[in-house]
Structure formats: C-alpha cells, structure tokens
Design a protein around this ligand. Structure first.
Ligand SMILES: [Zn+2]
Length: 152
C-alpha cells in the first residue's frame, strides 16, 4: 500500500500521461482546464484513502477548498455547487474498502460526466475530459495499492 505522498506522485504522473494523450490526439486544453484536470486527477488519486485519517484526506480537503474558492471567485457557482456535493461523499464512506473497488472507480466520479447532460438536457459530453481525468487519478491509486491487476 502506497503512502499519501506516493499516491500524489503516482496521480501526478498519470495526470501528465493523460494530458499528453489528450493534447496529442484530441484537443489543446486551456490553462484553466489543465489546472482542473490535474487537480481532479490528484483529488481522485488520494480519494480512496479518505475513509482513514491520511495525507489523502488532508490533501483532498485542501485541494477542495482552494478549487472551490477559485470557482466561486470566477462566478462558476454551478460547478462550485457540484464540487460541494463531492465533499460529502467521503463522510458517507465507511472504512470497509469499497472505495478501493473498480465499481467505485467508475461510479464515484460519474457525476462529472452526468452533470452537464442533466444540466443542459441534451447529450452534452463536455464533462467527459474531467471524468476521464478523475478515472485516471483513481486508477493510479488502485494500481499503486495493487488492487488493479490486468495480469495474474
Ligand atoms: Zn489506498
């Protein structure tokens, strides 16, 4: 099991890989998007350990606070409100290990994907890069903890 710092480093590495892939094969993200992608990936890289008192927990709340304050300053109230929802999830998580499962990896960040569709009423996939950034970070956590094995 990797430490909180290990997960941050791993999440950052996977986030860079993610940025590399989208800028080379899909589109050029704006500087704000790059910051958001990396923040989201780092948040989800440490999120699975929020059910224990960890660097992950402390880091998660710190990044959350800074990002949410930034969104409010930028008048992005809807996004800020959604971010506020995420912060509730760790409190609901019991120490049982479900945060380290693949279904949790897919489901926990899913509001990032669903919210724009729900909000616009059309099939708006604008949340997809954020969702994939979250998946990237989450995936890095499971890999570093040895929970996600493609081999074996
Ligand atoms: Zn873990």
């Amino acid at each position: 099991m990797a430490s909180g710092k290990g997960h941050l480093a791993g999440g950052f590495l996977f986030a860079l890989l993610f940025l590399h892939i989208i800028t080379n094969y899909f589109f050029s993200p704006s500087p704000i998007d790059i910051i958001l992608y990396i923040s989201i990936a780092l948040m989800f890289a440490v999120w699975p350990d929020v059910d224990i008192k960890s660097i992950g927990q402390k880091f998660f709340y710190s990044v959350f606070f800074i990002t949410d304050a930034y969104l409010i300053i930028m008048h992005e109230y809807k996004v800020a409100a959604y971010f506020g929802l995420i912060i509730i999830l760790p409190v609901l998580a019991k120490h049982g290990g479900w945060t380290h499962s693949v279904p949790a990896m897919v489901l926990v960040p899913s509001p990032l994907l669903i919210y724009p569709i729900y909000n616009s009423g059309i099939f708006d996939l604008s949340g997809a890069p954020y969702y994939i950034a979250a998946l990237t970070g989450y995936f890095s956590h499971l890999v570093l903890d040895g929970r996600f094995r493609l081999w074996k």
